[in-house]
Design a protein around this ligand. Sequence first.
Ligand SMILES: NC(=O)c1ccc[n+]([C@@H]2O[C@H](COP(=O)([O-])OP(=O)(O)OC[C@H]3O[C@@H](n4cnc5c(N)ncnc54)[C@H](OP(=O)(O)O)[C@@H]3O)[C@@H](O)[C@H]2O)c1
Length: 362
Amino acid sequence: MTLPTTTKAVRVFEHGGPEALVYGDHPLEPLGPAGVLVQVDTASVSGWDLKYRSGALSGTVKPGRRPVTLPQQLGREAAGVVLATGPAVTRFVPGDRVVAVVHPENPHSSETYRGLGNLSGGIDIPGHQALGAYADLLVRDEALWLPVPDGVDLEQAATVLWPYGTAHRLLRDRLRIGLGQTLLITGASGGMGEATIRLARLAGADVAVTTRHAGKAAGLRNLGAEFVVVTDDPATAAAQIRDWTGGRGVDHAIDYTGDPTLIRMCVDSLRLGGNLCPASGNQRSPGPLPVHASDLSRLEMSVIGVRGARHADALAVLDLLARGRIGVTIAARFPLSQAAAAHALLEQATDLVGRVVLKGGA
Ligand SMILES: NC(=O)c1ccc[n+]([C@@H]2O[C@H](COP(=O)([O-])OP(=O)(O)OC[C@H]3O[C@@H](n4cnc5c(N)ncnc54)[C@H](OP(=O)(O)O)[C@@H]3O)[C@@H](O)[C@H]2O)c1
């Protein structure tokens, strides 16, 4: 086949609102010896994408990573079909169904040797420093693709690795969640929320969630949350959560909102000896984490961090998906050309629960 040199894609040249997403013909990376050219079926839209598009993450640099520069092609997640491969590719042939690795590990990093490949540096993350999935065609090295297991839908594959991979690492290895334990999740209506609810339930935990919008409560229950609290008043919300646990408080609280008031509500909902994981990646208003030294000794609580997932988490998640143990709720689908509308929906909807995806070739 004659290899294409351009692709329909969505890029960000200047930070701004959804209108900053520019759809059009953009240059395609050439197919190198280890390259795999993929026709994208599905790319996801995530909270990260909104933050990068708006500029909320400008200047944020993670240890071991290059800064993110413009122009940027957003999109952590993608799944599609292989169209062509470079001469050195051994794992894929045209027609194979593949899913993008969302948490690539640098095999030569000392962090990878320590079993912490999620923290490995010297690697550009697609959708952040490297071109992301908002495109019809993607060229990436074969190490950045995984085979989609037989029987697994491409849309499910495209949306499972980022949130479930991170939630798998967080629940299994960071919080070590156990049978019958209680977990509170704030901001649970996005991809991370669903993944965390479903994996926690699979592990035998009881899950309470919060939302700012009563219109999301039914959707959150459908994801598996046993108790839903609308956070009009944080003090009341903390009291409701404590009541739900028979007065003890929750074993673990994960914050996905970055709202300091809700992070504090998590602390006020914890059981003695409980764990707080402020997982949003960045607090919405500047300032210290609303946890005091006295909280740590009064509650003997722990503050636990998480940053992405390892390769092993991704493989475990694909296996769970192939076995029908987990799934992703797709709340809305847009053609790639309407990425701006997809961003606007995710930003503004007060009843949206689940993932928003972009469909390539449309
Ligand atoms: N640490 C890591 O390794 C890691 C990995 C992946 C993602 N993350 C972070 O995890 C979080 C969840 O990601 P996501 O894509 O699932 O969801 P998201 O769309 O970024 O947001 C999650 C929820 O937060 C709530 N929220 C949004 N804006 C808010 C505001 N201004 N104040 C209070 N609450 C607000 C919303 O819930 P309601 O409308 O229901 O209130 C929303 O559904 C994000 O912050 C993301 O950056 C961290």
